[in-house]
Design a protein around this ligand. Structure first.
Ligand SMILES: C[S@@+](CC[C@H](N)C(=O)[O-])C[C@H]1O[C@@H](n2cnc3c(N)ncnc32)[C@H](O)[C@@H]1O
Length: 232
């Protein structure tokens, strides 16, 4: 997919070429605060709320969408939030190349692309393999928050989490249609305004679960990204 490219000059934006592999994010933030990852931050409205609510945490917001990353940076600057960095990078590529095992206190994935057609289901980001990969990067007790506007996606993720003994459910049921206090993106609010449901999941990495090797990643650096030099 080709995107119209905007050069992102914000101090919140991390260009991949400035990172070492793996990356010490504590050095980037200049503190030892817990690191939280949002995958698919869109235009950054969820992240802005999350980061404002937890100044004692560091946040990394990623998306493959250049315009969205730019909007996210603008929003964070406008709101004076200094505990967030933004990267335009593919999730599986970021994890396998730049993150240290067990470095994440929490991962948020909200309304990932649903790929509703049967022949496209295999393109969905969150599946058994990806959950196994996340376990490798979550610290013991690290949290996974997942939400989806698509019931069958949420049910497939809940089933995969329930059968994975590395994860423990934190809600009364595997899926909840109501998550008090959870920030909502404009995208989520649009569904709720139309009386459609958002399906919420909240799991933690089981403390007893040993950190196994991460499974090999199917995604490459250029997955759905047209790269153009230094333009982030
Ligand atoms: C439907 S939007 C939801 C955006 C946001 N989470 C929200 O609730 O408003 C899904 C987002 O995930 C991003 N995305 C899709 N696949 C991705 C991947 N493999 N790695 C990183 N971001 C991805 C898309 O570019 C898009 O911005």
């Amino acid at each position: 997919m080709t995107q119209s490219m905007i050069e992102i000059k914000s101090p919140f934006f991390l260009k991949e070429e400035t990172l070492s592999s793996p990356t010490d994010f504590s050095a980037i933030f200049g503190n030892q605060n817990p690191l939280v990852l949002e995958i698919g931050c869109g235009i950054g409205d969820f992240m802005a709320q999350l980061a404002a609510n937890a100044p004692e945490r560091n946040f990394l917001a990623i998306d493959i969408y250049n315009k969205g990353c730019n909007k996210t940076c603008n929003r964070l600057e406008k709101e004076g939030l200094t505990n967030v960095r933004v990267m335009r990078i593919e999730a599986r590529y970021l994890l396998s190349r730049y993150l240290i095992p067990e470095c994440l206190a929490a991962v948020y994935i909200n309304c990932p692309d649903p790929w509703p057609k049967k022949r496209h289901l295999k393109r969905r980001l969150v599946n058994r393999l990806f959950l196994q990969t996340l376990l490798h990067y979550l610290r013991p007790d690290g949290e996974l928050f997942f939400s989806s506007d698509v019931a069958d996606y949420a049910h497939a993720v809940a089933a995969a989490l329930e059968e994975n003994d590395g994860f423990d459910n934190q809600l009364a049921t595997p899926i909840s249609l109501n998550m008090p206090g959870y920030p909502l993106s404009k995208y989520m609010r649009r569904f709720l305004a139309q009386d459609q449901s958002i399906h919420f999941l909240h799991y933690r990495r089981n403390r007893q679960h040993a950190c196994e090797a991460a499974p090999p990643q199917p995604a490459q650096r250029g997955f759905r990204i047209a790269w153009s030099g230094n333009h982030g």
